[in-house]
Design a protein around this ligand. Structure first.
Ligand SMILES: [Zn+2]
Length: 243
């Protein structure tokens, strides 16, 4: 399996709860296998509320705590918030620089991120922040983090260039990697329940997650993969053969 030579995993996403939705089952499985997983979250999700009495300041605090609690459930060792404004992410040099810094600091073998090419899929418009963070992440992985002349000031921070071996992109209609999460779907659900500000009915959320993971598992089997009842899907970029 690809992840046999992976020790360090980094999940980079736009908002609190993205990591759990996209990869919560895989994260729990990797932690169980002894891999170290860290999260990088670009914003604090302070726009994600329909409650007219909610302020962005309060929501940011709530969602940061929810994300930390969800990460603890899954055994994630660290959550880094980059502090960008929710709803206004751009794949610009600042975001590239900040993501590059975290890649050079934590030195992941595998990075999980959001697929920047997915504009929309059936019945769903991909959030522009997801595309922005996905694009900045791919740029940070290649070539920025790898080549020491990019953001050379990071050397003074004690950071060295780093080559990521694998990228898994979620929200990918053309997914080609399926992770069997049959043993970890329940912990994924519990992690998502920590994001209390984001749903009304926990059982309905759990049902939706099981349905979606079952559909993904079916898609995996149609493509000849041997998975159990539930799966998560990713598009792979394999950089391991490159120098
Ligand atoms: Zn999101």
């Amino acid at each position: 399996m690809i992840t046999d030579d992976v020790q360090h995993v980094m999940v980079i996403s736009a908002h609190p709860d993205d990591a759990e939705f996209g990869a919560g089952g895989a994260v729990a499985k990797w932690v169980h296998e002894g891999k170290a997983v860290v999260y990088v979250v670009a914003t604090r999700g302070e726009k994600g509320s329909g409650d007219p009495d909610m302020s962005s300041e309060r929501l940011a605090e709530i969602r940061e705590q929810e994300q930390r609690a969800a990460a603890r459930r899954l055994g994630v060792s660290e959550v880094v918030f980059l502090g960008y404004i929710d709803g206004e992410l751009q794949p610009d040099l600042d975001l590239r620089r900040d993501i590059t810094r975290e890649i050079r600091r934590w030195r992941p073998d595998l990075v999980v991120c959001q697929n920047p090419t997915t504009f929309y899929v059936d019945g769903y418009i991909n959030h522009p922040d997801h595309r922005a963070v996905g694009e900045a992440t791919l740029a940070a992985i290649f070539p920025i983090a790898r080549d020491h002349l990019n953001f050379p000031e990071q050397k003074a921070e004690g950071l060295q260039p780093h080559k990521v071996k694998y990228v898994y992109m979620n929200i990918s209609p053309d997914a080609d990697i399926f992770v069997d999460i049959t043993d970890t779907i329940e912990v994924k659900i519990r992690a998502l329940w920590e994001h209390d500000s984001q749903f009304d009915d926990p059982e309905q959320l759990a049902e939706r997650l099981r349905e979606r993971a079952a559909e993904t598992a079916e898609r995996a089997r149609e493509q000849g993969n041997n998975v159990g009842e539930y799966a998560e899907a990713f598009k792979l970029i394999d950089l391991s053969a490159r120098g």
